[in-house]
Design a protein around this ligand. Structure first.
Ligand SMILES: O=C([O-])C(=O)C[C@H](O)[C@@H](O)C(=O)[O-]
Length: 428
């Protein structure tokens, strides 16, 4: 008889380092990106001295919860990731604090447990891959694509934050500015799809920008995302106007009921990263007929393996699947690429904020994550295949310390003064 007992590889230390990197003044329905994007870097070390990496939001409330979660995982077997969630749940039950989570105004209702679990799940998979000498994609069932296609993410934008220097992108407050931005994105990264962040200018103007992009790039799939800033009526009118132009319309209006009303009339598919943000949202969304496409995000769906469960559910209900993003560093990009490469039915090019980050500011050693023809080849090293640059981590942590209490008390990357989530309400 085979002896199926294996020695555990126990977690002995978890370090969480808050970091800050420059974020340009990108506009969206709830305001302007702050000067600093805040993230947290998780280093999870096991008894054999192997360290895995994870990345998450960096606002103070989330950092506190991550610390509770980390303390609860000390002593757990790094291969027993199924034990992490109950341990985290128990640890969070003792935390009475409210507020924060790095997605102010955009994602209201994703699971706190899943947001805390996510970076530990990623770091544990990184360790497992290093022990087994296999990339994370292999632990997720194997790569079904060698490179993951991303879309060029366009924003209305100020030239600079007040009192700060500008950046290479300059200002984009008009249709001409958006088209110029798109040309640079396509020339520099080779993107094959474009998404415009809307909800900023009046809907007519945003439609005109999409029409100008269509004229400039006749074959390019285009998306528009006003982050629920429109009424049902406006969403239907814009949907009709952009019939045949958009590959999908993302979160035109708030809530499952409003989205379902729009979906009954709009000619194109509707996507969301706002009204279906946790497993509890899926059944009501399917019942109401609210969406066609779920934009997953491992940071709030509980890590890579729970995102794979989401992928299986979308297949069951014949929903489309792609990936959402907000400001992030290289550890998250690597995790997104491994997950997307191991997801058989990924229907659209994924989102990433990557081009908006100063390439000189990252915590991973450069060279493993490069865009080629709008896609990122899957890193081939063991685990996530990226290496932590300790000096850079120190520098970005210094920036976090210096960037000021006001920014740290904020939600981490967007202008918002309220301690808890500020839902987007339709303006047009
Ligand atoms: O669709 C998206 O990418 C988002 O809603 C995520 C972010 O909030 C994005 O809009 C942003 O950073 O302004």
């Amino acid at each position: 008889m085979t002896n199926n007992r294996f020695d555990a590889e126990r977690i002995t230390r978890i370090t969480i380092t808050p970091v800050a990197f420059h974020d340009p003044p990108l506009l969206n329905a709830v305001g302007v990106h702050e000067r600093w994007a805040l993230r947290s870097i998780v280093q999870l070390t096991t008894e054999s001295g192997i360290t895995g990496l994870g990345e998450s939001y960096g606002d103070e409330a989330h950092l506190r919860r991550l610390r509770h979660g980390a303390d609860a995982l000390i002593g757990a077997d790094v291969f027993a990731v199924n034990s992490f969630r109950p341990l985290i749940r128990q640890a969070l039950a003792a935390d009475s604090g409210v507020g924060g989570h790095g997605m102010s105004g955009m994602v209201t209702g994703s699971s706190t447990e899943d947001r805390v679990l996510s970076p530990f799940d990623v770091a544990a998979l990184d360790v497992q891959g290093k022990i087994l000498r296999r990339p994370v994609t292999d632990l997720l069932g194997g790569a079904v694509r060698a490179a993951v296609p991303f879309s060029g993410y366009l924003f209305y934008k100020w030239a600079a934050h007040p009192g700060a220097d500008g950046d290479i992108w300059g200002e984009a407050l008009t249709t001409a500015g958006i088209v110029e931005q798109a040309k640079t994105m396509v020339a520099d990264y080779g993107f094959d799809a474009l998404k415009l962040k809307g909800g900023v200018r009046p809907p007519d103007e945003e439609c005109a920008a999409i029409e100008a992009l269509r004229a400039e790039f006749p074959d390019m799939p285009l998306r528009l995302d006003p982050n629920a800033a429109w009424t049902v009526q406006t969403s239907i009118e814009i949907g009709e106007r952009l019939n045949g132009v958009l590959e999908y319309l993302e979160d035109p209006t708030p809530g499952l009921t409003g989205m379902a009303e729009v979906r009954r009339k709009a000619p194109m598919p509707l996507a969301t990263n706002m009204c279906v943000v946790s497993f509890d949202d899926i059944a009501p969304a399917v019942d109401a007929g609210s969406v066609d496409i779920i934009l997953s995000d491992h940071h709030f769906w509980g890590g890579l393996r729970r995102s794979q469960s989401l992928a299986a559910i979308t297949e069951t209900f014949d929903l489309g699947l792609s990936m959402h993003s907000n400001s992030h560093l290289g550890i998250s990009l690597a995790a997104m690429v491994h997950l997307a490469a191991a997801t058989p039915r990924l229907d659209y090019a994924c989102d990433t904020h990557w081009p908006w980050k100063d390439p000189a500011e990252d915590v991973v050693v450069p060279g493993t994550l490069e865009f080629s023809d709008g896609a990122v080849p899957v890193p081939t090293g063991a685990g996530l295949g990226v290496e932590l640059d300790e000096d850079a981590l120190g520098r970005l942590h210094e920036q976090y310390v210096r960037c000021g209490q006001r920014d740290r008390d904020d939600t981490g990357y967007m202008q918002s003064i309220e301690p808890d989530f500020r839902p987007v309400t339709p303006r047009w």
